[in-house]
Every structure is written in structure tokens, then in C-alpha cells.
Design a protein around this ligand. Structure first.
Ligand SMILES: NC(=O)c1ccc[n+]([C@@H]2O[C@H](COP(=O)([O-])OP(=O)(O)OC[C@H]3O[C@@H](n4cnc5c(N)ncnc54)[C@H](O)[C@@H]3O)[C@@H](O)[C@H]2O)c1
Length: 453
């Protein structure tokens, strides 16, 4: 069958107008918050953790007239200075710099903070910021382990500030339109989906214990993680992602984005009844990488629904021409495919395109540092709307914590070598006392998040 109907939406403004006129349903609605920054005043933002993602965010924010990047924080002085210069290069005033996160939080002239530190820091840094009266933009994954999700939600309730989480696709206009179409039954009832991430990461080698470079405050970098592992020359920056002591593997690194998209698209608002994981570290086996580089997670929701996420960190073979994606399977052979960009395609039962929806606001393919700046700016603007007007954020903490917890179950199943049975209402893992070791973690006593609750 040839393409019977094609809809190319080229103009992002037109897409946004369509979205707001049609009043898209949200899969989770953040509560209205107390307004603390009057509309018209610039929101003063501090950005913490700026080697890569945080620097990209600081650059994007520095071009947005609604805010001022007032302070940059990084425990690595090189990353700190590079980012201060980066903001200045974009034409904004050079922000102040702090190496100690607590000092940034102590400042009364900062309204809101962006947290783009490593995963072991996320929950603690967010709880500290809420305790200090700041609004929070928290990078994904929301947390390192399931217990931290509950702690985060408690802090949000207690301190009443706005929290937006960095699963930014929830603000992409065309993906919001996809959700609306799915709710209206464009492919019928969706009971199964597949999702994936495939790339070609190289070995991280075997680290050598070396003196901590003078530019880096290693104590600040370790923060809430218990002391133990020696400093080695292949942890900072980025490679911590693949070490369980600090990182959470590809499942929480990229899996959370796609698990969250599936949850949102399928309107899954309960915990799964069963989660399984297969995979392992199959490539470059003699290096320090501990988390799986190949992993398939499956999520079962009783008789009602199921979905999978496949992660291949060192094997870039695409699926349906896309290195990242989600396919949702509906009724009568219909499906909806999205590749993680601001577009989607609907297929019929002969695998022929019925309709493709895209916009001029797409990824800058090949830009690994900040590929979706224009789209991400919509997510920050939505955060600012919430801070100024009390409107709901598109990625509320409760949604982000649930998506994060799904993938945490996956890693727990992988590490235990067996599938988990879960109570769909409470999220508790059933009849598996061994799993408790991964439910929570111990903390360095100086940085324990519980002192801020
Ligand atoms: N939403 C997205 O699309 C997206 C994309 C990339 C990364 N991320 C997330 O952003 C986070 C950072 O990722 P990255 O690739 O930039 O990692 P990275 O290792 O390159 O950078 C982390 C930075 O945090 C700094 N840091 C560590 N402890 C600190 C402390 N106590 N105070 C201040 N700074 C501290 C480090 O020195 C480093 O500069 C991760 O959690 C990742 O999952 C999200």
C-alpha cells in the first residue's frame, strides 16, 4: 500500500500552537507549586556538574532571556573554568564559580539549581537543594537506587519547590502530539512495545592508581558514595557510568529515557508485576567496566501489557534504521514508531507508512555534545513556567522516579541473576530478601541525604 495520508509539520511554532489548543493530556501532572519568582524577574540559576551535560545546559540557559546563569559549580577546577568561559562566549555575563556545592546552595541570590553531577550524587544533591529552598532541575536518572526515589518525593513534599527532571522528551511538541493521538486510539489499544539504544562505546581500559590531580576535589566528587575505591586514572570523567559504585550502567544512563517514553506513551501508571534482565559485559572483557554492555530488560504487567528495552553499548547495529527508538504495537497490525527525536511514524498492517509527523525542530545529527538544544530549551521553559506561574512541569518527580525505578528493577534482576516479582501497587519486590542489598545504599556520613529530610 502506498502512503495514503502524509502530514509533515515543518513549523515548530505551528506544532506548539496545535498542542496548546488541543490541551494535551499529561501522563502525570505535577502539583501546582507556590510561586516564588515573580513573572518578569529573571530566574537566577546555578548549574552543578559541568564537564559535559551540565556545560551544554549552561550554554542553552545562557541564551534564554528568562534566566541568568549566575553561578557554576564543579569540583574539577578545569571543568568549572571551561564552563564559565562557555557561558561568557555565548554573550552572557561571566557567572561566579564555586568548587563546593554547599556554598552555591548557601547563596540567597540563587533561585534554582541544575544538577548534572554523576548519578551517585543525584538524589543527595536534589534533596540538599530543596532543603536550601531552591527549585531543582535534576538530570536523569532521578536516583541511584530505589530508596532514594522515596527520599526525593518526601523532600519535594516537605519543601514545596518545583522539580523538573531531565527526561526532556516529555516536552518535545511532536511527541506530546503522539501521546494525544495514542490516547485517542490512533493505533487502537497498545499492549506491547519494544525500545532500544545501540552505540559503539570503546574500552575504558584498566585504571592505574595515581595521585588525584590538583584540579579535582576527589572528596567532593565522591560525595555521598561510601569511601573505598582508590582514585584511578579512568574514572573521572564519564567512565564512572560503568562502575557500580557510582554509576548505574546503560540501563539507567540511556534506558531510562526510553523506558520513560514507553511508560508515557502506554499510560502505564503502576509498577510492573515482573521484571527480568538478560545480558552481561561481552565486549573488551579485560577492562574495569562492570555494568552490562549488552542487556535486554522485560517488563510484565500481569495479563494487561508488556514491553522490552534492549541496550547495546558496544554494538551499534540499528533496528528499523534507528540507533534509538520505540515501537508501540496497537490493534489490527497498526504500529507507531519513534526514534527519540521530535517525530513519529504510524504504520499499517503491511508495514507501510500511513502518516509521518515531524517538525523543523530536530536533532543536530552528529553533535554528540548538545544535539537537541532547541528542543531541550522547551523543557527548561516549562520549568521556568512552573517556577513563575505554578503550572505543572512536564516531567514531574513522581513520573521520573517511577521510570527510574523500573530500570533499577532491571539492574537488580541482572545482578541477582533472576527475575523479580513486584507488587504493582506499592512497587515492593516480593519474596526476595537478597534484593534488599540493592534497594538502598550506605552513605558517607558527611553527605548522607537523610540529614536534610
Ligand atoms: N538528559 C540527557 O539527555 C543527559 C545527557 C547526558 C548526560 N545526562 C546526565 O547528566 C549527568 C552528568 O553526565 P556527564 O556525561 O556530563 O558526566 P561527566 O562525568 O562528564 O560530568 C560530571 C561533572 O560533575 C562534576 N561533579 C562531580 N561531583 C561534583 C560535586 N560534588 N560538585 C560539583 N560538580 C561535581 C564532575 O567533576 C564533572 O565535571 C549524568 O547523570 C547523566 O546521566 C543527561
Amino acid at each position: 500500500m502506498s502512503i495514503s495520508r502524509r502530514e509533515f509539520i515543518k513549523d515548530a511554532a505551528a506544532v506548539s500552537a496545535f498542542i496548546s489548543l488541543s490541551g494535551i493530556p499529561l501522563s502525570g501532572t505535577g502539583r501546582k507549586k507556590t510561586v516564588s519568582v515573580p513573572p518578569g524577574d529573571r530566574i537566577r540559576v546555578g548549574v552543578a556538574g559541568v564537564n559535559s551535560r551540565g556545560r551544554a545546559i549552561a550554554g542553552t540557559l545562557s541564551k534564554m532571556p528568562r534566566c541568568q546563569v549566575a553561578c557554576i559549580c564543579d569540583c574539577d577546577l578545569d571543568a568549572l573554568e571551561k564552563c564559565r568561559g562557555w557561558v561568557e562566549e555565548s554573550g552572557a555575563p561571566r557567572p561566579d564559580g564555586e568548587q563546593d556545592y554547599r556554598k552555591m546552595l548557601d547563596r540567597n541570590d540563587i533561585d534554582a539549581v541544575v544538577i548534572a553531577m554523576p548519578d551517585h550524587w543525584h538524589a543527595t544533591a536534589a534533596i540538599m537543594a530543596l532543603h536550601a529552598g531552591k527549585h531543582v532541575y535534576l538530570e536523569k536518572p532521578a536516583s541511584y537506587c530505589p530508596e532514594e526515589n522515596a527520599m526525593l518525593l518526601e523532600a519535594e513534599r516537605k519543601y514545596g519547590k518545583v522539580v523538573q527532571v531531565g527526561m526532556q522528551r516529555r516536552s518535545y511538541p511532536v511527541l506530546r502530539q503522539a501521546v494525544q493521538e495514542l490516547r485517542e486510539g490512533v493505533i487502537g489499544e497498545v499492549r506491547h512495545a519494544t525500545s532500544w539504544y545501540a552505540t559503539n562505546r570503546t574500552s575504558i581500559g584498566v585504571g592505574r592508581p595515581v595521585p588525584v590531580p590538583s584540579r579535582l576535589n576527589w572528596d567532593f566528587w565522591q560525595g555521598p558514595a561510601p569511601r573505598g575505591p582508590l582514585y584511578k586514572d579512568n574514572i573521572v570523567h564519564y567512565n564512572w557510568h560503568w562502575r557500580w559504585h557510582w554509576g548505574t550502567g546503560e540501563a539507567l544512563n540511556n534506558g531510562t529515557h526510553f523506558v520513560d517514553l514507553v511508560r508515557w506513551m502506554m499510560n502505564l501508571n503502576e509498577y510492573p508485576s515482573e521484571v527480568a534482565s538478560v545480558g552481561g559485559r561481552y565486549h573488551f572483557r579485560n577492562d574495569d567496566w562492570e555494568t552490562p554492555d549488552t542487556q535486554v530488560l522485560s517488563f510484565q504487567f500481569g495479563e494487561k501489557a508488556s514491553f522490552t528495552w534492549e541496550g547495546r553499548s558496544c554494538d551499534p547495529k540499528r533496528i528499523d534504521g534507528a540507533s534509538t527508538g520505540v515501537t508501540l504495537y496497537g490493534e489490527n497490525g497498526m504500529s507507531l514508531f519513534l526514534n527519540g527525536k521530535n517525530e513519529y511514524v504510524i504504520f499499517d498492517d503491511k508495514d507501510q507508512i500511513i502518516r509521518k509527523v515531524e517538525s523543523g525542530m530536530t536533532f543536530r545529527d552528529g553533535d554528540r555534545f548538545n544535539p537537541s538544544e532547541e528542543l531541550d530549551a522547551l523543557h527548561f521553559a516549562n520549568w521556568f513556567d512552573a517556577i513563575e506561574n505554578g503550572t505543572p512541569v512536564n516531567d514531574p518527580l513522581c513520573e521520573a522516579c517511577m521510570s527510574t525505578q523500573y530500570t533499577q528493577y532491571g539492574n537488580i534482576a541482572q545482578r541477582l541473576g533472576r527475575s523479580l516479582k513486584i507488587d504493582p501497587a506499592s512497587g515492593a519486590i516480593l519474596n526476595d530478601s537478597e534484593s534488599r542489598q540493592y534497594w538502598s545504599r550506605t552513605y558517607d556520613p558527611v553527605w548522607t541525604p537523610k540529614q536534610y529530610l
